[in-house]
Design a protein around this ligand. Sequence first.
Ligand code: AMP
Length: 541
Amino acid sequence: MNPSRRLLLKHLAFRAAEISPLDGLISSPADGERFVTWPEVADRSKRLATALSAWGVQPGDRVATLAFNDHRHIDAYFAVPCLGATLHPINVRWNLEEMASVLEHTRDRIVFVDPSLMDRAMALADRCPWIEHLVRMGPLETGVGPTAARAGVTITDHDELLQSSPPIADWPDLEEHDVMAMCSTSGTTGIPKTVAYSHRTTCLHTMAIGLTDCMRLSGRDTLLAIVPMFHALGWCFPYACGMLGSRLVLPHRDLRPERILDLLVAHEVTASVAVPTVWNAVLAALSASPGRWDLGHLERIVSGGAAPTASMIKTFRDEHGVEVIHSWGMTEINPVGTMSPAATTREEAALNPDQRLRHQQVAGRPLPGLKLEIQDEDGRRLPHDGETTGRLVVSGWWVAESYAFGHPDEECFGPDGRLDTGDIASIDDHGRMAIRDRGKDMIKSGGEWISSLALERAIGDFSEVAACAVVARPDDRWGERPIAVISLAPASSLDLATLLERLAGDFERWQCPDDLVLVDSIPLTSTGKIDKKALRARFPS
Ligand code: AMP
């Protein structure tokens, strides 16, 4: 195939530089807000490509980022894949153990690091002897002293790297199945699972998310990308803006609701994307200060990664005139699977607002190129009647076929490219999917996974503990929070403070249980497994 016909990121991500040269990014890292035009993005990416080549980056090499959403992260987002290497954003919220366990496989020699995370990066470099270069994405913040890395690691300033590197003449011609990025999510065992995205899957996915019946993204939009770029390629919104020429607002690390509202107003943002935890906090800030922010420009927001409440969708609509587009997805599918705007068919457009609201509460229809089915435990297909629930299975253009380096959770990838999502869902006779429950033993708190198994193993090792189960408790602010249900060994005692103190070495504070509940015995299923369903019902809130 002629290279110009291939689905390559370079053909898509730099389109904005050609069609909308005066528009670009508004980025607000710690060293100050700035506007970077799309042609400047293209130029910076080409300079970075030269610098990476000079460091010997070859096609297939992985280049990591440990960073927030800003223009320097965009440099890496565009340059690394278009050069033929693999972009590897690391989740900054993970503990060192989780980060190192992924790098054990990916073996990144170069890590782009936000200045506020330099200590973290240097601890990572101590653990990972193959790391050679840390690129500091901006000046050190006031009050932070200069830092030295271990022998064998250079620290280079991002902007100086660009200034000293001329732009490459042309991007190489790659194959569309070449890997362009790797993203990791937490697995049930606590060991991260890494998924590879190809140029082809990312291009097709990026084309789809902006469609009229998905997010209606246009070059006239200003998009505030709150979803972190270290999560599943920031849901590909940076590439969608590069494709359409939409203005992209990048908030960096401060995601307090007041800051988000200030950005929405100051930049006349028309569209935004985040998890429900963020949107609930934004609504709380709005109701705490009536009249302080006017969301007159904001038309629609995507809420994905966890289930939004009906009241959140309704309040945005009724009090602020904002449409909530509910989205479901997962890292294994590049990551967006469904989007559910208020009305996509002629039939839905004729409904009254409250009837439409019911459709927005469900995750919605698959994006073009994807197919959703539900099946029973034996793999038999179940009817799409809106009532029957079963395991949600997805197949299609950007569904991964395996984890990049294998994983104990690998059995979710079935024959024929079908992926068992671990979610329990129903699908109605108009193709609308509703998530009803979760089959996987994980807790999602503020859009981040917590492995109940990893906590149970750690707590189960305490001599005071006879048996332990960690379950999700619904939480207004975070969606879910873990609680530890424990039966004690004879003549033992244990309190929450001791539990937290002991877990502190291996878990970040946000990953630890909020509560400890002592019980006489942990309920078991007929097969002898912990009966999580019974436990969740016993501790509803
Ligand atoms: P991740 O791979 O970390 O993005 O997590 C994907 C998982 O998050 C899905 O399999 C669901 O369990 C959950 N999830 C994502 N979107 C939604 C949603 N709209 N409603 C409920 N759960 C969701």
